[in-house]
Design a protein around this ligand. Structure first.
Ligand code: GAL
Length: 386
């Protein structure tokens, strides 16, 4: 009896020491697709992430996921000095307990992205919002604001943007065309494809505002901010200039790749070009990424094909883009950040972070099992990379 009790005590001691050891282990490298623990040893829960850097600290905003994908908690925020070891800073934007709120528990809050407005000194959080019990049909963008990067963010409003405003790259003919027959075309037919390219849904949604699902925001060097979103039943991207305070849309917007079926947009700038990486439309399932470049955020955007190279490039290494981070203080060092969704258990969705290189003015992403940023030395390369 005595011996077994001592044994038990040793076991408890050993296992708690083991846990302690695991908790205090400092992460030295990125392990794409592996479970990622924060500095307290809890799994990082920040999907569809957005990143913001200030004063030596990176902030990671993401969707708190439970088993299902509905917003039960809100937008989480983590902080880190090295991009590897993340501290949980709590909930940046909490869902509301008020059933009449647009961000009530059970709504859908996706792809949160934060930008800082130097004039107003406010942190502005944009996100994709779907109203409770309406699936994905509301297709709105939402905005919240805070005085601190870790929140709490105060919800401002949500809507379908650009109501009553035509895109800059729309012809007079497109503005005045009749929709009556075209709206009856069967989806996915050739005539439907042509009609949508020619602006069928822009005209349909002109009064109410344009649909806005997968989105991101981007602040340019001149402090102008843009909202980039999947619109027109996810068939076409829209890029819109935000107001000076970043809290609203101006009347300046363009359609990008009409009928191109892009979502999950991630935008960055390098040298003379703006680049964008997107995915196709297969919901939570991965597909081949696409890439584009432009000399101006408002286009024209030129298609560059799949930036992923090597094995599993056709499914973007089983992931979908969410953000491309320029690493502070390192010239032309970008991290491609993506989600490996798990619709059977959303909180177990994984993060896939990979180095993104610019080759001949095109983005290139290759799989790597384990890597870090130090001297751009990769810790362990896959067979095909050696
Ligand atoms: C994906 C999208 C996700 C989420 C999902 C819902 O295509 O990128 O953010 O909206 O669809 O099915």
């Amino acid at each position: 009896m005595y011996i077994s009790n001592v044994f038990l005590l040793i076991l408890i001691f050993a296992s708690s020491a083991g846990v302690q050891a695991q908790l205090s282990v400092k992460k030295e490298s990125f392990l794409p697709g592996k479970v990622w623990y924060d500095v307290d040893g809890d799994t990082i829960n920040a999907h569809g992430g957005g990143f913001y850097y200030q004063d030596g600290i990176y902030y990671w905003y993401g969707e708190h996921k439970s088993r299902n994908s509905l917003a039960e908690v809100g937008v989480r925020v983590y902080s880190s000095k090295d991009l590897l070891n993340w501290k949980n800073e709590g909930v940046a934007l909490a869902v509301s307990t008020d059933a009449s709120s647009e961000i009530t528990s059970g709504s859908v809050i996706e792809r949160p992205k934060v930008i800082y407005n130097k004039k107003t000194r406010k942190y502005v959080l944009w996100f994709h919002l779907e109203l409770k019990d309406r699936g994905y049909e509301a297709a709105r963008t939402g905005v919240a604001v805070s005085d601190s990067p870790v929140g709490p963010f105060e919800y401002v409003k949500s809507y379908r943007p650009n109501a009553g405003v035509w895109p800059q790259n729309f012809s007079e003919h497109q503005k005045t065309k009749e929709n009556a027959t075209e709206l009856r075309y069967e989806w996915w037919t050739g005539e439907w494809g042509k009609a949508l390219e020619d602006g069928l849904y822009v005209r349909r949604d002109f009064e109410e505002g344009q649909m806005s699902r997968d989105m991101t925001v981007f602040v340019d060097d001149d402090n102008k901010a843009y909202h980039i979103h999947s619109s027109e039943e996810n068939q076409t991207l829209h890029i819109s200039l935000l107001t000076d305070d970043y809290l609203d849309f101006t009347d300046t917007w363009v359609r990008v790749q009409p009928g191109g079926q892009n979502e999950a947009p991630a935008v960055f700038k390098s040298g003379d070009y703006y680049y964008m990486v997107t995915s196709g439309l297969t919901g939570w399932d991965p597909n081949a990424a696409r890439s584009f470049r432009a000399k101006s955020m408002l286009g024209p955007w030129e298609s560059l094909g799949n930036p992923a190279k090597g094995k599993d490039a056709d499914v973007t290494f089983n992931s979908q883009s969410t953000f491309i981070l320029p690493v502070e203080g390192r010239k032309d060092t970008f991290i491609f950040m993506a989600d490996r969704w798990n619709p059977k258990n959303h909180k177990d969705g994984r993060y896939v972070w990979l180095p993104l290189a610019i080759k001949n003015n095109s983005p290139e992403i290759k799989w790597i099992d384990e890597w870090n940023l130090n001297e751009r030395r990769y810790v362990r390369q896959t067979e095909s990379e050696k």
